[in-house]
Structure formats: C-alpha cells, structure tokens
Design a protein around this ligand. Sequence first.
Ligand code: HXC
Length: 272
Amino acid sequence: MRIRDFLPADLLRGNVVFVTGGGSGINLGIARHFAALGANLAICGRTRETLEAAADELRGLGATVVAEVADVRDYDAVAAVLATSEAQLGPVDVVVCGAAGNFLCPVANLSAKGFKTVIEIDLLGSFNAAKAAFEQLKRTRGSLIFISAGQAFLPFPLQAHAGAAKAGVDNLMRNLALEWGALGIRSNSIAPGPIAETEGMRRLAVGKMRELVVQSIPLARLGTVDDIGEAAVFLASPLASFITGTVLLVDGGQTLHGSGLMTGLMMSPKAG
Ligand code: HXC
C-alpha cells in the first residue's frame, strides 16, 4: 500500500516542506511522502552528492526541489536555505527538524566535545531551523515536526548524549507549541523506534543486536521509513489540525518495556 492509496494525491498540492537532513534515511523518507502528496521540497544536509541524489528522486515524484548544502549547527546557513526556498517555492508550510548525529558511547569514554557535538546537531540544529522559519510559518500558519527518540524519556545506556539532546528537542517542541500556537503554528515530535535501512540502525544495532532488537518490539518487526513518513504527513495535514505539543511514538511499542529492556540488550554479551 502507498500513501496515495489512503490520501488524495493532491492533499498537499503547492505546500512547501523544508526537511533538515533530508538527503537520506528517515528524513528522505519523510520528504518522499510529502512529494507524493503534491508538496514541493527544500532539503539541506552536509554532503552535496547525497542531496543531489535525493533531489533527483523527489523531482521524479513531481516535486519542485531546492537542495542546498548547510550544516544545521550554522544558523546563517540554515536561514540562507530558507531564503532561497522562499524565493523559489514560496513561504514554508512545514518544517521537519530531522538532522541528527549519534553513536554508541559510555559517558566514561565520551569527551566534552563529543557530547557537545550531538547536542549541537540535534538540539541547536532544531532550534536554528524552527527559529529561521518563524516569519514564514507565521504567514502560512504552518507546522513544525521534530524528530525525537525513545531516549528522550527513557535512559538508554551508551546514549546519554543523544538522550539529553532529544529530551531538549521535545521540550523545545512544547515551548514552541505554547508560544506560537496563537499564531496558528503547530509543533509536534515524532519518536521513531528502530527503523530498518537507516544510518541509526547501522550505528546503534550492530551484530546480533539487530536480531535482539527485533525480538524486543511488541509488533515483532523493525519500523520502515514509510512508517515515519506516513506519521509526518498525518501530523502536518489538516487531519491533525487540533494536535500540538505532542510526541507521537512510532516505535512498534518498543518503549513500553521501559529502559530495563535496552539496558539488558546493550549490556548483553550476545549483542557483541
Ligand atoms: C565517541 C565520538 C564518536 C564515537 C565521534 N565522537 N564519534 N566519541 N564515540 N563513536 C566524538 C569525536 O571524538 C569528537 O570529540 C567529537 O565527537 C566530534 O567528532 P567529529 O567527527 O569531529 O564531528 P562531526 O564531523 O561533526 O561528526 C558528527 C558525528 C558524526 C555525530 C560525530 O558521527 C556524524 O556526522 N554523524 C551524522 C550521521 C549520523 O550520526 N547519523 C545517525 C543518526 S541516528 P573529540 O573530543 O575526540 O575531538 C540518530 C538516531 C537517533 O540520530 C536515535 C537516538 C537519539
């Protein structure tokens, strides 16, 4: 089944969607779903080749695409992408703050720079995109979608940096729901569980760990980028017009087990 089997193919015709980190993985999956429903896309990332390949794919779905190199840690670079996008596509309707960085590392081995790097990509990067888009979102009465994670509310071992960053992202999301709600701007997070074929899974679920992770998910499968794309389209669409300030878990029920499960998995000798 494709998104067009559920929703009218012109549901988001003419909408402008900006996705940070939109060149690959979950974020490209989200961009693909918006393109399939008629939206035009602006994407940014750090690698030109990755962005160009993604842009070609999105154009193949009928979208007009702006693809610019920008590191989300650099406010001016993000603002420049949004200015180009506004000039070429019009003001932005949906901002997806998806760019993220992560690795497995115990705090005992984590340098201050390593911690700061993840906070800057995930949290500061999300702030930069939301803040730089504010004037455009005011005009469109648009919406923000942040990409969070279970680590934001459950401590997972080897993930202190990512958990702190994503907890900050969700708190920022709620603050923006409060402060910008009267302007018609909605703000929500999606917290994906383990998603197949992503950089996150390649980094976080190595060796036997992948199998153990699947066994830990109540729905007994890894998520797909399409699962997250569909959730993003829902949150941005008129179907969710009274939803703001929420974290939508799209994790197959994995976090129902609490942090004990991930602690057991991460520390398991079988996971190596
Ligand atoms: C310990 C590490 C490390 C590792 C980097 N560092 N990798 N520390 N274990 N595996 C430390 C470095 O030693 C350095 O500190 C500091 O982090 C900065 O590293 P750089 O390589 O200079 O940073 P940069 O080039 O900016 O790269 C950022 C990155 C990198 C996050 C470290 O991995 C990256 O670019 N990732 C982007 C892609 C990515 O991670 N995708 C997965 C997203 S998955 P010192 O002190 O040594 O100089 C995801 C899922 C989220 O986000 C779900 C959970 C929240």
